[in-house]
Design a protein around this ligand. Structure first.
Ligand SMILES: *Cc1c(COP(=O)(O)O)cnc(C)c1O
Length: 401
């Protein structure tokens, strides 16, 4: 067989992505390496996924140990790693019950189905309205893109699921005007990720909770990106002190293995009786065993406090770069979900800048249309942070020096 190269991508894979012109082959900590042996500092963390960096020895161990025991058995049977991970999640959150899926989009699809079914059984079929927010992102199933607040992701896929409205994020008046006893659920990201790293205000979340209570609407938090230690809290809602009825978690949960969880309070979870929903791969022992080890490493004071310290380092480094190059209008975010928002006059350079970052050996991603997004491993080291920013400095010097 001939050697696979980067150029084979276009030949064999669908053109849904436009991957950068390198071919990564291995990784360790917050560095990865391409097939030419060049190293890159990873400030993207596989889009907030690789919470413990690349190939963390403890996670490799959990994966290989489980790989030698039992990979998959189907949900006709239950397994110890899945029960254990569900127990961890229940014992450390508002939730009483967990459903496992394979991706964030699937977990959100399940949460929306759960909310609709709950309202249908308890209040009747009239209570079906779902309130969502502009610029939100909830995944790529048809229900998810319809609920998500970015029209471009649902264009041309109709007919779409109905009774879904999109309001301005953090706008309490708009919500007050729209929510009613026909509202079945309000879904939001406590910090909008793809939309540009936009945190909900505490006042907004508190008021959303009160309005949901008043109208018997369920509050769903999509914590696919903000969850699992990303903010320095196990889940971002714990920072706000405002609990949801349903919460979805994915990305970091498996530290790189595809897994997602949808959690709920008992009263809501009871709606998911046998046969109402399901999945072949969800809860499989390989993914949940990795999830367990990932949980044990993330949910420690060392990791979570470390995130808060590293947040300060990232923000200080960006502030120093901005003093030098005056290219950002805002540097924001919580924990290790940090956006550096380019000034309006530079927003059209975003793609060029991130491409040059990779050239200089630091991998960042984007959010919204003007934000450099950082979502590195929660255990990224001081040395990796310093080296990443030294490389970023060279990039910004090229554009703004
Ligand atoms: C990434 C993301 C999703 C989609 O997750 P997939 O695993 O890609 O299906 C949903 N919601 C939010 C907030 C996300 O960041």
């Amino acid at each position: 067989m001939t050697k696979i190269t980067r150029a084979d991508f276009e030949k064999y894979e669908m053109g849904i992505y436009v991957p950068a012109p390198i071919l990564p082959v291995s990784g360790k900590g917050s560095r990865f390496y391409d097939d030419a042996g060049r190293d890159y500092i990873d400030f993207a963390g596989g889009i907030a996924v690789n919470v413990m960096g690349h190939c963390h020895p403890e996670i490799v161990k959990a994966l290989t140990e489980q790989a030698n025991k039992l990979w998959h058995i189907s949900n006709y049977l239950c397994t110890e790693p899945a029960i254990k991970l569900a127990k961890y999640l229940v014992e450390n959150t508002f939730a009483d019950k967990v459903f496992f899926a394979n991706s964030g989009g699937e977990a959100n699809e399940a949460s929306l189905k759960l909310a609709r079914r709950y309202a249908y059984e308890k209040f009747g079929s009239e209570k079906s309205q779902i309130i969502s927010f502009q610029n939100s992102f909830h995944g790529r199933t048809l229900f998810d893109v319809t609920v998500g607040g970015q029209a471009k992701y649902r264009e041309g896929f109709g007919p779409l699921p109905g009774d879904i409205v999109h309001l301005e994020f953090n706008n309490l008046e708009a919500l007050k005007e729209t929510i009613s006893d026909k509202t079945c659920a309000v879904i939001l990201e406590p910090i909008q990720g793809e939309g540009g790293i936009i945190p909900a205000t505490k006042e907004f979340l508190t008021a959303v909770r009160e309005l949901c209570n008043k109208h018997n609407a369920l509050l769903i938090y999509d914590e696919v990106q903000t969850g699992f230690g990303r903010t320095g809290y196990l889940y971002a809602y714990q920072m706000y002190g405002v609990e949801p009825d349903i919460l979805t978690s994915a990305k970091g949960l498996g530290a790189g293995i595809p897994i997602a969880a949808m959690m709920a309070r008992d009263e809501v979870a009871k709606t998911f009786k046998p046969g109402v929903h399901g999945t072949t791969f969800g809860a499989n022992p390989l993914a949940t065993a990795v999830g367990c080890r990932s949980f044990e490493l993330v949910n420690t004071p060392e990791t979570l406090n470390g995130v808060k310290e590293k947040e300060l380092k990232f923000k200080a480094n960006y502030a120093a770069l901005n003093n030098k190059y005056h290219c950002f209008k805002d540097i924001r975010g919580v924990g290790l979900l940090i956006g550096a928002d380019l000034k309006d006059e530079y927003a059209d350079k975003l793609k060029e800048i991130t491409a040059e970052c990779l050239n200089q050996g630091v991998f960042v991603i984007t959010a919204g249309h003007s934000v450099i997004r950082n979502a590195p491993a929660l255990n990224i080291t001081d040395e990796e942070i310093a080296e990443g920013f030294a490389r970023l400095d060279k990039v910004l010097a090229k554009f703004f020096g």
